[in-house]
Write a protein that binds this ligand. Sequence first.
Ligand code: AMP
Ligand code: MG
Length: 491
Amino acid sequence: MTVHFPFQNTYTALPDGFFARVSPTPVVAPRLIKLNRPLAVRLGLDPDLLETPEGAEILAGKCLPDGAEPIAMAYAGHQFGYFVPQLGDGRAILLGEVIDLDGVRRDIQLKGSGPTPFSRRGDGRAALGPVLREYIVSEAMAALGIPTTRSLAATITGESVMRETVLPGAVLTRVASSHIRVGTFQYFAARGDTEGVRRLADHAIARHYPDVATAEHPYHALLEGVIARQAELVARWLLVGFIHGVMNTDNTSISGETIDYGPCAFLDHYDPAAVFSSIDEQGRYAYANQPRIALWNLTRLAECLLPLFSDDKDKAIEQAQAILGEFPSKFTAAYQTGLRAKIGLLTARDGDETLVQDLLDAMAKNQADFTLTFRRLADAAADETHDDVRAQFIDPSAYDEWAARWRQRLGDEPQTPAERARKMRSVNPAFIPRNHRIEAVIQAAVGRNDYAPFEELIAVLAKPYEDQVAFADYANPPAPDQRVLQTFCGT
Ligand code: AMP
Ligand code: MG
């Protein structure tokens, strides 16, 4: 039997300028490293067939499944604030779209499958390490409940790629509710192609914001929708200590999913100024800067949409500014609600914001681990004598002072301590993809061809909110000599 992909493609029906038709470049010896079987089933694919040699050949881009219409999408983008009028899928090829079991249209894309007309000076390939990192982190984000692209499979190609050293080549099969980015709009806007912007906006509305199609001003409503989802998304990132690392406009999805896991990282100790990416020398994409950058990126999207808003440019700008003005309050609402839930408050009172901020300030001053502090706080909520959380603070008295105020505030809340602790554990993960764990997994795979640590890490991260006692060590921050100080995009 051959592997069947139930493709129902729509992007290829857009005009020629939206993409280039290009097939993956065959590789010598594809081998499947990991198939995400539950995700395959959700996509209407047969996981057993995908695990056959033929399946591996498809997932590594050696052969095409029936019905695939492989394309590289065109886009532009601001990279670190500088506009590049043509980027595009330089090493990714969209095979096609399927409708999943929830009725949602999903792109199936190969990343690292060979050069395209958009490759510029790149080789179109991906190295094994970054493919494993994207697999781990995207699946961890999904398990945390954060909108994200998914990883269907990782294959090795049997070929080498040249980076700073020679590395094994790999292909990631990425699944997204679409790959339309802010940069996709910029591609057409930069060419003065208003009709292209309109076609893309109509496609994005039909696909991601069907409710706005009947709004009085659908294009305004599209911008509102993207702003709402991005505000929520970035709040969710901050609430789990995620740093995207390269929030360029070409890495900002119109659907509101986290996309493009390059030099991303998670906080260990809480530090709002944390930057891990080796290429982010100015700290543009630092942890606490992410909301500001999201708004900057959305402002670039709004600029693209201006010609669709009104023929009167001043009026269009005024309308865009009014919509963009909603971002701070939307972000703050999502972030503050999330923070309140993290400390066990289900109602909102005056002073809550200060209470949480004082905890964060004490955590920063005392290098408290972001994830463990909140997880242990749930234990402290269940049982007052439980004071493991103190140990997260260099000076535990900083916690004691705060905890006295916290307990007083909890007195106003309706739930029992047990209920409160359960709710807190459902929003404060025990397990996040810690940077040192990812590094260890990559070293084992690349250096020793040992994928057992990769499998184990994925299994632990699939249930981030459960105390998996057998894997308790995965919850721990790195020892001083294990700390990862820098991450690399590895392209
Ligand atoms: P990224 O930093 O991964 O978001 O990529 C930025 C741009 O560089 C996109 O247009 C990518 O397609 C392109 N790119 C990254 N790595 C490669 C590569 N190895 N070969 C060709 N293009 C690449
Ligand atoms: Mg990108």
